[in-house]
Design a protein around this ligand. Structure first.
Ligand code: F6P
Length: 550
């Protein structure tokens, strides 16, 4: 749909119908919905790839879902989806195509943008990555002094860090345990210090990951890493070639930094930073798990891409999850969304999703630059579930806020757990199932009384219930399943951005802070006057200098 012809979202009849429906549904709870439909659990469960997705514990009826799909149709979600897959320049503020789906397209698929098929280039880089990974893993690729490289340090930030750092944790049981793999992102020197302090420079490979190769945090850390390496090796610039590789779209800047472009793995401007982890940005992961496992992960992504593109609206899981978020954010005033994995290995998954979702949909003007008058992206948060149960679940159960949540769990523990530890899995998963049950159905005052609880404690021990959750269950956490999960969330975020009519693929909101930091730095180091600095910041800078004895 073109910009001129699109009616403001909250003035469409489909939106108005949802407002009215929400009023009619007020007070209709999950106990009632389940009682009225014995088939609800089965009817409200969908399958995509290996993911079994139960959305029966949501405050929705068939009518709600129908009205939400009507809204998706009215906002032409499918049209924008097809434009994305086709390679149209749907990132309008940066005038770029959005083709992360081409990164996992099988060999031989044709995906064109600007008249060029991008798939051969994708596979050429994947092949180079595979060859390089194989050499590092086998020890054929050695360092400057001829020793095998067993320490891999990825230096990057945002999309050039969160994806590989998260996936390395998720897939630890598939990694070569002889390798030490670390991730440095923070410009706080402590990050690099802790990452390399016990490493042998002779055995260390640095992967400098930066789409633009201009990000100050990454370039600063990479420069310090180079100093550490050359000092440790007591060598000159010639040692860099065996110990540094770059992942970037910017060959010129890579060369300026002193990394031979023969050691650069490229990607393209049609891959957004937060959508880049299945590009060359995944090199550290590929070295850790091997090219075959990496390919299984890409195939997992592709499974969900195909589903998103081809499944009818009624069965389309990313569409459904996106619309459920719209339902709570726009019609129930929910402000946040929790993602609660019941897997230790998914500890960094929610942090990864924070960038994916919040950098994509944290926008307040629409595609035409007009302020939106509806809620856009939620605050995304969460940590592994059992730990959360003993920390913040209290607020989800009995607080005043509505917090929709995704519960992600697996039937099998990872393969290499000792039998005694594997036996703990049922206890873990008992918690998983118990929590969504408690959140949905709560405990009524009468049920509390029936347990003999003194009357004055009844309100305290009552659980209102009706806290909506999606349960995502898979047999086991494999590379393919990880790819499926990420693609599921990528497309969910896409659906929401399409409905809200925002550009989910730019990130202008991070620019101002970068510009101001550059301006303030000279004031910290040599007391330079910063033109236009506000009174509060000026006083804080002065205090900082005083505390540092400057
Ligand atoms: O925070 C802004 C941002 O541009 C992210 O979108 C991106 O993932 C990150 O910085 C890192 O950028 P680069 O890969 O260019 O170093």
């Amino acid at each position: 749909m073109n910009a001129e012809s699109r009616t403001r979202l909250d003035r469409t009849p489909e939106w108005t119908a949802l407002v009215k429906h929400r009023e009619e549904q007020d007070g209709v709870g999950l106990r009632e919905l389940f009682a009225a439909d014995p088939e609800r659990a089965a009817r409200y469960t969908l399958q995509v790839g290996d993911l079994h997705v139960d959305h029966s514990k949501h405050l929705v009826t068939d009518e709600t879902l129908r009205l939400l799909r009507d809204l998706a149709r009215a906002t032409d979600v499918e049209g924008l989806r097809d434009a994305m897959f086709r390679g149209d320049r749907i990132n309008t503020t940066e005038d770029r195509a959005v083709l992360h789906t081409a990164l996992r397209a099988p060999r031989g698929t044709v995906v064109e943008t600007g008249g060029e098929d991008v798939v051969p280039g994708v596979h050429a880089v994947l092949d180079r990555m595979a060859a390089f990974s194989a050499k590092v893993r086998s020890g054929e690729w050695t360092g400057h002094t001829g020793k095998r490289l067993t320490n891999i340090v990825n230096i990057g930030i945002g999309g050039s860090d969160l994806g590989p750092a998260m996936a390395y944790e998720v897939l630890r049981s598939f990694t070569d345990r002889e390798l030490t793999v670390r991730f440095v992102s923070n410009v706080d020197g402590a990050d690099l210090h802790e990452a390399v302090r016990d490493l042998d420079p002779e055995r260390t490979l640095f992967i400098v990951a930066s789409k633009t190769f201009t990000t100050i945090e990454t370039i600063t850390n990479a420069t310090s890493a180079r100093d550490w390496l050359l000092t440790g090796l007591n060598a000159g610039q010639e040692a860099v070639a065996r110990h540094f590789v770059a992942l970037s779209t910017n060959a010129g800047k890579v060369e300026d930094f002193g990394i031979d472009t023969a050691n650069m793995f490229e990607f393209w401007d049609w891959v957004g930073g937060r959508y880049s982890f299945d590009s060359a940005i995944g090199l550290s992961l590929m070295i850790a798990i091997g090219p075959e496992r990496f390919q299984e992960m890409l195939d997992g992504f592709h499974t969900v891409d195909r589903h998103f593109r081809e499944a009818p609206a009624e069965e389309n899981v990313p569409l459904l999850l996106g619309l459920l978020g719209v339902w709570y954010g726009n019609f129930h005033d929910a402000q946040s969304h929790a993602v609660l994995p019941y897997s230790h290995y998914l500890a960094k998954f929610t942090a990864y999703l924070q960038q994916l979702d919040m950098e994509s949909n944290g926008k307040s003007v629409d595609r035409d630059g007009e302020p939106v008058s509806w809620q856009t992206g939620p605050v995304v948060w969460g940590t592994p579930g059992t730990n959360g149960q003993h920390a913040y679940y209290q607020l989800i159960h009995q607080g005043t806020k509505l917090i929709p949540a995704d519960f992600i769990g697996f039937a099998e523990p990872v393969a290499d757990l000792a039998p005694g530890l594997a036996a703990q899995h049922d206890l873990l998963m008992a918690n998983f199932f118990a929590q969504t049950q408690a959140l949905a159905f709560g405990r009524t005052p009468d049920e509390v009384r029936a347990e003999g609880v003194p009357e004055e404690l009844v309100p305290h021990k009552t659980f209102r219930g009706d806290h909506p959750t999606t349960t995502i269950l898979a047999k086991e956490l494999t590379p393919s399943v990880l790819g499926q999960l990420i693609a599921l969330y990528e497309h969910k975020v896409f659906v929401q951005g399409a409905v809200w009519n925002i550009d989910s693929f730019d990130q202008w909101g991070v620019e101002l802070g970068k510009v101001l930091a550059k301006r303030v730095e000279p004031a910290l180091t040599d007391g330079a006057e910063v033109p236009g600095l506000d009174a509060s910041s000026k006083a804080l800078v002065a205090k900082y200098r005083e505390l540092r004895g400057r």
